[in-house]
Design a protein around this ligand. Structure first.
Ligand code: PGA
Length: 257
């Protein structure tokens, strides 16, 4: 973390978990446990149907609500899809784009990720752009090339002004939901590389101000070490964000000086 130059953001990614009533219950538990002063922004990305319930439940908890996906067209005959304007209108602030599960199960590509990033930014949302390598790609030694490609294609055509609204999440696929966390060194190495890639594209001042999260089995026991790395400015948390106590412990780790 480096709070002088950029925001620390702890975001939960609930994936396809929790009903609207469970959302309300979680918000109450979180409210009781959250520290009074927090130096990080807290976001909970809920399933689309639970967004109205979440907006209501988190209203006085200083927690922003995020979505997990959007479709890039403004409106039209796209059965089952949700647009950026629809999310914005509900009061959503952040939206996860290009999560590896969407790339793996729902055919997302670097190309669609770029279109979604533009749609989010045009609607005034903050995209949390996910990048990350598979185990095979890491073993082949092509992690950095792949990450550079993902970052560059996600940001293609994004102005410096709009980049300020973006968050990048490094999520090694082999560490997601597996209990296998990247070591702090592995995570830091790639997060630093992402910042360098952004510096080459946009210059040092902007690269210094962008929030880069780590995601992949982040939990209370490893959060402090991961967040202690200078280029890791927060976490995108799946499993551990489903439990208010664990989530707050991670927030507390981000609150340390
Ligand atoms: P995990 O998920 O924390 O359960 O590994 C992280 C993510 O997929 O964003």
């Amino acid at each position: 973390m480096n709070r002088r130059y950029r925001k620390t953001i702890i975001a939960g990614n609930w994936k396809m978990n929790k009903t609207a009533s469970e959302t309300k219950k979680f918000a109450e538990e979180l409210k009781a446990l959250l520290p009074k002063a927090k130096w990080c922004d807290v976001v909970v990305c809920v399933p689309a149907v639970n967004i109205p319930a979440a907006i209501k439940a988190f209203k006085d908890v200083r927690v922003s609500v995020g979505a997990q996906n959007l479709f890039y067209e403004k409106s039209g005959a796209y059965t089952g899809e949700v647009s950026a304007d629809m999310l914005k209108d509900l009061g959503v602030k952040y939206v996860i784009i290009g999560h590896s599960e969407r790339r793996q199960y729902f055919g997302e590509t670097d190309f669609t990720v770029n279109k979604k990033v533009h749609a989010a930014l045009d609607a005034g949302l903050h995209p949390i752009i996910c990048v990350g390598e598979s185990l095979e790609q890491r073993e082949l030694g092509i992690t950095m090339e792949l990450i550079a490609l993902q970052v560059k294609s996600a940001l293609a055509g994004v102005s410096a002004e709009k980049l300020r609204k973006c968050v990048i999440a490094y999520e090694p696929i082999w560490a997601i939901g597996t209990g296998k966390t990247a070591t702090a060194e592995q995570a830091a190495e790639v997060c630093t590389f992402i910042r360098t890639t952004v510096r080459h594209l946009y210059g040092a001042r902007i690269a210094r101000s962008i929030t880069i999260q780590y995601g992949g089995s982040m939990k209370p026991s490893n959060a402090a070490e991961l967040l202690g790395q200078p280029d890791i400015d927060g976490g995108l948390i799946g499993g551990a964000a489903l439990n208010a106590k664990d989530f707050v412990e991670i927030i507390n780790a981000a609150n340390q000086e």
